[in-house]
Design a protein around this ligand. Structure first.
Ligand code: UD1
Ligand code: CA
Length: 451
């Protein structure tokens, strides 16, 4: 395979987002826009990536570097156009021998396949290859002027004639080059145009004048969607979610009402998992075969074993690790806790910083009291233990295998295996006392209404 360098343009101000966060760090499916582009580039085989960022955009560098340590950054201090931005990245392609593809940091849905289509055109002999799309409304985009399979020019909207504006094939902004060609054309771009910018798109006419082969391919408009404002961010999110839903259904996951289930970029779901309506996945979730996620559950950072049942109305937070056949029912929150095989937490519980043994049963309202306002402590519940309803387990505390905890207990000391712990006030019954109390209450009421 030919070596591939990707240059991601991300120096834009993103003013239309009206945000303190740089535009390309806004998430889609829980992943920053620019990180989507980075992932697509690496999936397409790009081993070297350079990102052009604006001044004061260290946050972008920090984020992307944490995902790909070898990624390089170039700061474009004055934003003089897409051609200028690529020029600023010269150090990256100065001695490159393979292909170079320019990507936009704010177009997150670009697929690796489309990038590969560009490199295939280059490997098949093109000097430059551009990804176009048929725009429903081409206003604002660069128009692609073609003759057969040769791209002759890209005319920016502001510089286009009436006749050129009628063209609906538009430039997505994704342009691939043979490294050698890029070096020969990039310095010849001028800024004599309506915006006074150095347009990268001008390289097309320059290359044609040199008699070079300039090819193009088409992508769906939805794949090259750019995010400039919050409405487009919402569109990109919707499009991303639709893609994930389709992927999962193709992979054998049942979604009862796909449009109400929201995935994260990294959600992993095995075959024959069933997901009911209104479920939201945060990052870091992995689900094994045959698990069922009931309606209205919120799940992040959780590992869910085969055949597990979650919800309805469950909340799994980071570190929830549910072994095969476990059951986490309604209004149960689990955080940083290992739940053993076949263990049951059917209703109204908080289980945090805990280990629950296989086949243990936690009654309704079981709470692990893991936090004293300063420190977090651990609760260990043994295999087959039975915790009566409405019990508080004050951590650090260990309940042995097979032990019983009586309902309503506040457990502050360890319970040995097979012991029964009762930690509540003893019940006392007073015969006939209820009617005496009632008579007294009625007398008080009467004395008040008289006065
Ligand atoms: C650009 C293309 C246009 C294409 C459209 C697709 C040019 C001249 N025009 O237009 O043909 O149809 O994208 O969306 O290339 N950027 C920098 N530094 C700069 C200027 C831009 O990093 O100095 C980055 C921006 O952050 C953005 C991208 O390059 O991610 C595109 O720039 P933008 O100004 O939005 O170009 P358009 O006018 O939309
Ligand atoms: Ca744009």
């Amino acid at each position: 395979m030919t070596e591939l360098l990707s240059i991601i343009l991300a120096a834009g101000e993103g003013t239309r987002m009206r945000s303190a966060l740089p535009k390309v760090l806004h998430p889609v499916g829980g992943l920053p826009l620019a990180a989507h582009v980075l992932h697509a580039a690496t999936r397409a085989g790009s081993t070297a990536v350079t990102v052009v960022i604006g001044p004061n955009h260290e946050a972008i560098a920090d984020d992307l570097q944490s995902r790909m340590p070898s990624v390089q950054f170039v700061s474009q201090t004055s934003r003089l156009g897409t051609g200028h931005a690529v020029r600023e990245a010269r150090a990256a392609f100065e001695s490159a021998t393979g292909n170079v593809v320019v990507l936009l940091g704010d177009a997150p849905l670009i697929g690796a396949k489309t990038i590969s289509a560009v490199t295939e055109l280059l490997d098949a002999g093109a000097d430059i290859a551009v990804v176009g799309f048929d725009a429903a409304d081409p206003t604002g985009y660069g128009r692609m002027l073609t003759s057969g399979d040769q791209l002759l020019a890209i005319r920016e909207h502001k510089d286009a004639s009436e006749e050129e504006r009628a063209v609906t094939l538009c430039n997505s902004g994704i342009i691939g080059f043979k490294a050698e060609t890029l070096r020969q054309v990039i310095d010849r771009i001028e800024n004599k145009n309506a915006k006074g910018e150095f347009y990268l798109t001008d390289v097309i006419e320059i290359a044609n004048a040199d008699g070079r082969r300039v090819a193009y391919t088409r992508a769906d408009e939805s794949e090259v969607l750019g995010v400039n404002d919050r409405a487009q961010l919402a569109k990109a999110e919707a499009q991303f979610q639709d893609l994930r839903r389709d992927d999962f259904m193709k992979a054998g996951v049942t979604l009862k009402d796909p449009r109400t289930v929201y995935f994260s970029y990294d959600t992993e779901i095995a075959q024959d998992v069933v997901i009911e309506p209104n479920v939201v996945f945060g990052p870091g979730v992995k689900i094994s075969e045959g698990a069922v996620i009931h309606a209205f559950s919120h799940i992040e950072g959780a590992t869910i074993g085969a055949g597990v049942s979650v919800g309805p109305f469950a909340r799994l937070r980071p570190g929830a690790d549910l072994a095969e056949g476990a059951k986490v029912g309604n209004f149960v929150e689990v955080k940083n806790a290992k739940i053993g095989k076949g263990a049951k937490l059917p209703h109204l519980s908080y289980v945090g910083d805990a280990e629950v043994g296989a086949k243990a049963n936690l009654g309704a309202g079981t709470i692990t009291c893991n936090y004293d306002g300063v420190n977090k402590s651990k609760t260990v519940i043994g295999a087959g233990a039975f915790i009566g309803s409405n019990s508080s387990l004050v951590a650090p505390v260990t309940i042995g295998d097979g032990a019983y905890v009586a309902s309503g207990s506040v457990i502050t000391r360890d319970v040995a295996a097979d012991d029964l712990a009762i930690a509540r006030a003893k019940q006392e019954n007073k015969p006939g006392y209820a009617s005496k109390l009632r008579a007294r209450a009625e007398a008080i009421k009467k004395s008040k209404t008289k006065g």
